[in-house]
Every structure is written in structure tokens, then in C-alpha cells.
Design a protein around this ligand. Structure first.
Ligand SMILES: *Cc1c(COP(=O)(O)O)cnc(C)c1O
Length: 382
């Protein structure tokens, strides 16, 4: 089975991890700071704060912004549940704004229509690895004096008008789960230009305590204070060693993902059953996912039938995502229902994510194309 996504860990990566395991620091040591600096450099922000996973990164952001009871945060429903969960962790109210049909990125006009006096932030999700319409979103954020947040967990290495994903919004979140562009096993990062936000998040990831153990050791002092309620969202030094080693290979990995996407796009161009999502003109797409819509009307087969036919052919297709507002938890606790985001709901009936990852071979790509042609009864030569 060719999976939809898969990590690549080299011998060099493994050596870097072992070095740290043999050193004095297993957690919150020099590798955390080194990874943060390298990441901030890559993305082009002043600060990067490393945490234990992408969900923790989003939670840190909500804390830094002061999201609390009585506050609303507008977000896209085409995302992983934790984008919304992080709002709820802090007592905020998630408000879902619909997406654009051709890209499945949050629709700025839908965002505008959801703004109230309680709105404090917008979370844009760079779905599949394509940056959102940031010019429009920045305008809305400025006009309403609210924060713009990017869930860029799909978009490490992507660019919007020449600017790297992670450097556009006030704060941006990344994940290093094994299916993402680079991995640390579990891991996450927040990028921001704000020193104040970075400071608050460093405290939040460490129980709300103002200095970490290493700093105390350097200062030769036993004293510490807990300033606010925080969590243990720390990442280990050996994970960061893996992250540093992986990040070095990211540019070539992105190029490989873009190459695979191009092959798919060309191969499906004449197939009436398959439509890849639209590529925006002003972006460099990082292709965490390659999402296609199944045009059921054109072939008389629905998404579920295509999905299981692909699985039978050994293609580990997947579906990203059931729109978050439709999860039972969000229906029961936040008065969401079918019909709230009709574009996302309609797209959900049609989408399939095809395998794409940096270590995918040309043979694997050809096998996916062949399987798609077979299950959609498309004769590529005709
Ligand atoms: C992966 C992902 C997350 C959560 O990251 P974890 O590291 O798994 O906690 C959040 N949002 C999006 C869009 C993601 O893809």
C-alpha cells in the first residue's frame, strides 16, 4: 500500500539524535534554541518557539492572544479538529467561516460576514499547503483591530508573494508529526515577530514558570516563580536535533513534492472524473496534500466507490477533512449544523487526498496515476 504521506529519516538524522542522547541535555538544552533560531531564520521571523506538538503550538497562540470566555475566533472548517479545539481550550467560542470552492481556503467574504464585537482573531488554514488570500485577510484584521493567525501545519516552505508561510500572520503554527514536511516524531513550532508573544508562549510551555531549568543552572539559582497557569508543552533536545537535521533537507523535499504534483496535474488534465484543486497565481504551494475532487456526475461513481477501488489497487488515499463544525462535539456544544458552511460540506462529499511525500518514487507516482485511470475508466491514450 502506498500511503498518502510518510516520513523520511536518514542515517545522518539518526546520528544527530544519538549524539544528543549521549550528551548531558535530553530536554530543553542547546538543541531547542538552535532549532528555534534556524527555524525563525528559514521562515523569516524574529522568533520561533518550539513545543511538543502542533496542537500545543496552536494552544500557545490562543494563550498569548488572551483568548477566553466571551471571545470569538473565526476559522476555517476545512482543517484538523485541533485548530478549533485550541480556541475551546482557552474558553473561547469557535465561529466557522466557509471556504472557497476551488481552493478550499477560507473565504475572506465569509470571514467578514462572521465578525462581531466579540471577535478577537481569525485563524487562516493553509489547506493542503497552499497559502490563503492573505492580502484580503490582513485588510479585514486591520479594519477590525483583531489578530490574524495562520495554521500553517500544511505549509512549511510555502510562499505567498515571495514571503514564506509563517511570516505573514501575527503568529503561525507548525507541526512536525511524521506525515508533515519535516518530523521530530511529535513536535510543533510557533513563529512570530513579537517578542512579547514569544515570551508569553515560552512561559506557557513551561508550566507558566518564568525561567527554564537550564537558565537557572547558568545563573546558579534555585529560585523560580510561576507567573500564570501553564502546561508542560516542552519538546526534547533529541527531537530538536532531528528537526535541525530534517530542516536542512526541506527545500529539496518541497521541490520533489511540487514535481509530483505537476505530474499528477498533467496526468489528470483530460480525465473528466478528476479535478485537482486550483493553484493560486501568487503562491508557491508546499503540497502537504494533493487533493482532487471526484466529479461523480461525469462517471456515475461516487467518492466512496472511487476511494475503496483505489484502496483495492494498493493506493492509500485519504479524505481531509470532515468539516470540523460537523463533528458531534461541535454540533452538540456550539450549535453548529449541516448547512452552516455549504461550500465546505459540498466539497467534503467529493474530495480525496492522493499519496504525496518527498521519498515517493517515480514508480509510485506512476502506479497512482495508473490506478486513478483504471478506477475512473479513463483511457489515457484515447
Ligand atoms: C497536523 C495538524 C495539526 C496538529 O498538529 P499535531 O502536531 O498533530 O498536534 C493542526 N492543524 C493542522 C492543519 C494540521 O495538519
Amino acid at each position: 500500500m502506498i500511503p498518502y504521506g510518510k516520513q523520511f529519516v536518514s542515517d545522518e538524522d539518526i546520528r544527530e539524535v544519538i549524539k544528543v542522547l549521549q550528551s548531558d541535555w535530553l530536554t530543553t538544552g542547546p538543541k531547542v534554541a538552535e532549532f528555534e533560531e534556524m527555524f525563525a531564520d528559514f521562515v523569516g521571523t524574529r522568533h520561533a518557539v518550539a513545543v511538543s506538538n502542533g496542537t500545543a503550538a496552536l494552544h500557545c497562540i490562543m494563550y498569548a492572544l488572551g483568548i477566553r470566555k466571551g471571545v470569538e475566533v473565526i476559522l476555517s472548517p476545512m482543517t484538523f479538529a485541533s485548530t478549533a479545539n485550541c480556541v475551546v481550550f482557552q474558553g473561547g467560542y469557535p465561529v466557522f467561516a466557509d471556504v472557497e470552492a476551488d481552493t478550499l481556503l477560507i473565504d475572506p467574504e465569509a470571514v467578514r460576514s462572521k465578525i462581531t464585537l466579540k471577535t478577537k482573531a481569525i485563524i487562516a488554514v493553509d489547506y493542503a499547503g497552499q497559502p490563503c488570500n492573505y492580502d484580503a485577510l490582513i485588510d479585514i484584521a486591520k479594519q477590525n483591530d483583531i489578530y490574524l493567525i495562520a495554521d500553517s501545519c500544511h505549509a512549511l516552505g510555502a510562499e505567498y508573494r515571495g514571503q514564506k508561510a509563517g511570516s505573514i500572520a501575527n503568529l503561525s503554527a507548525f507541526s512536525f508529526h511524521p506525515v508533515k514536511h519535516i518530523t521530530t516524531g511529535e513536535g510543533g513550532m510557533v513563529t512570530t515577530d513579537s517578542f512579547e508573544f514569544a515570551k508569553r508562549m515560552r512561559r506557557f510551555r513551561n508550566h507558566g514558570i518564568d525561567a527554564d531549568f537550564r537558565k537557572r543552572e547558568q545563573q546558579g539559582t534555585w529560585y523560580y516563580e510561576m507567573i500564570d497557569l501553564g502546561y508542560n508543552y516542552r519538546i526534547t533536545d533529541f527531537q530538536c536535533a532531528l528537526g535541525i537535521s530534517q530542516l536542512k533537507k526541506l527545500p529539496q523535499w518541497i521541490r520533489r513534492r511540487q514535481e509530483i504534483a505537476q505530474r499528477y496535474t498533467r496526468a489528470f488534465a483530460d480525465n473528466p472524473a478528476i479535478s485537482p484543486l486550483k493553484l493560486r497565481k501568487d503562491v508557491s504551494h508546499a503540497f502537504h496534500l494533493f487533493v482532487v475532487k471526484i466529479n461523480s456526475k461525469n462517471i456515475g461513481l461516487n467518492r466512496a466507490e472511487i476511494f475503496s477501488a483505489l484502496r483495492k489497487e494498493g493506493i492509500g488515499a485519504n479524505v481531509h477533512y470532515l468539516p470540523v463544525h460537523l463533528h458531534p462535539y461541535y454540533r452538540q456544544n456550539f450549535a453548529n449544523d449541516i448547512g452552516d458552511c455549504p461550500v465546505a460540506e459540498d466539497a467534503y462529499q467529493q474530495i480525496i487526498s492522493l499519496p504525496i511525500f518527498s521519498a515517493m518514487s517515480d514508480n509510485d507516482v506512476a502506479a497512482v496515476i495508473k490506478a486513478i485511470n483504471k478506477v475512473t475508466h479513463f483511457n489515457a491514450l484515447s
